[in-house]
Design a binder for this molecule. Structure first.
Ligand code: UT7
Length: 330
């Protein structure tokens, strides 16, 4: 049976580390509050000259190298992001051009923190139908430029970081690879986590008035996000287990979107497992939106947390709300 296999993985984060102590100088917050509420100790932010496509290219080069492939071998690029360099076109075409790839298909996918799982699901269909042979799937975000680093916006400012992760997807006939993906949404929560402007809702779609009204920076109803996340994560992980006739005993590692350590701890509790089964690196990077799962997967692999033959589950939840899972036999 033809399945989609991850044959290369890479990640890249900007050099500049922003600690909780650095943020204490910009707003009324504390290392204690941030650590207690989120588990985050530091995050990486870009400098003036770096944008999402640069991070994406760095991560993609490592992923290609680890797969033993050249840019020429890729026949489709899917770039999952909500922070592309420009409003349009998306960042996938910048990756295609800057990496010297052929005139292959290249598009962006906007599903916020669920972006990578949504992208993996889309790529899986292309590989299994034979429409594409080698897909570069990227999650890359630069959220720091949209944040306001002041006390009014402190609940958002402390949570997010910049970074990128990328994987190479090819087919396998050995029984390994993506076993299933499950995607969900509930748009009634649109305003619980959103960046209202610019957009076609407004005439003109960008103006000083929108900035004066504070619509250019993301808004979050943190409690509502938290409440839904701790329900939806276990639900969609259990959906993956049930679909594949697996139990948590058969799973080496769950790699959730890195939203908040407290969310991951609540998910572990609801699944009846210890934190040794739920990967976390949020203390180093904060929430990197669509990049968090491929960065976590890349680091977990480097640390030997899973290997050939192991079952892993990716799970995501984010703006929309959207959520999803992917079960993978490595
Ligand atoms: O990918 C999905 C992305 N989002 C998430 O995963 C976020 C999910 N939500 C959360 O993680 C939590 O709701 C937060 C960490 C954002 C906030 O934690 P909370 O326990 O829900 O706090 P809260 O928003 O109810 O605020 C409690 C207090 C407030 O002060 P008062 O009104 O009790 O005096 C806030 O003003 O904490 C205050 N606060 C802060 N204090 C210091 C909010 N942000 C900060 C801050 N530093 N950065």
């Amino acid at each position: 049976m033809k399945r989609t296999k991850i044959t290369g993985v890479g990640h890249a984060v900007p050099e500049r580390v922003v600690t909780n102590a650095d943020l204490e100088k910009l707003m009324d917050t504390s290392d204690e509050w941030i650590t207690d509420r989120s588990g985050i100790k530091e995050r990486h932010h870009v400098d003036e000259s770096t944008s999402a496509s640069d991070l994406a290219i760095d991560a993609s080069a490592i992923a290609l190298d680890s797969a033993g492939l050249n840019p020429d071998d890729v026949d489709l690029i899917i770039f999952c992001t909500i922070s592309s360099d420009y409003f349009f076109p998306g960042g996938a075409v910048q990756v295609q051009e800057k990496m010297g790839m052929k005139n292959i298909g290249a598009f962006d996918l906007r599903a916020a923190c669920s972006g990578f799982v949504y992208g993996l699901s889309v790529a899986d269909q292309f590989i299994r139908t034979g429409a594409h042979e080698t897909i570069l799937l990227i999650g890359a975000e630069v959220q720091s430029v949209a944040l306001e680093f002041d006390t009014e916006h402190r609940h958002m400012a402390v949570l997010f970081g910049d970074g990128a992760g990328a994987v190479i997807l090819q087919s396998s006939e050995n029984g390994d690879g993506v076993l299933s993906t499950h995607l969900h949404s509930d748009g009634k929560h649109l305003q619980d986590l959103w960046l209202p402007a610019p957009g076609s809702k407004y005439k003109p779609f960008m103006s000083k008035r929108l900035i004066d009204d504070g619509l250019h920076t993301p808004f979050m109803n943190g409690r509502e996000v938290f409440k839904n996340a701790v329900t939806r994560f276990p639900e969609v992980i259990n959906e993956a287990l049930k679909h594949n006739n697996l139990s948590m005993d058969d799973v080496a590692l769950v790699i959730p979107h890195q939203a908040n350590l407290r969310i991951s701890q609540a998910v572990a509790k609801r699944l009846g497992v210890g934190m040794d089964k739920i990967y976390s690196n949020i203390h180093k990077y904060g929430n990197t939106t669509a990049a968090s799962i491929p960065i976590a997967m890349s680091e977990a692999l480097e640390e030997g947390r899973f290997g050939p033959g192991d079952n892993i589950i990716l799970a995501a939840f984010g703006a929309g709300f959207t959520w999803g899972s992917a079960a993978i036999r490595w």
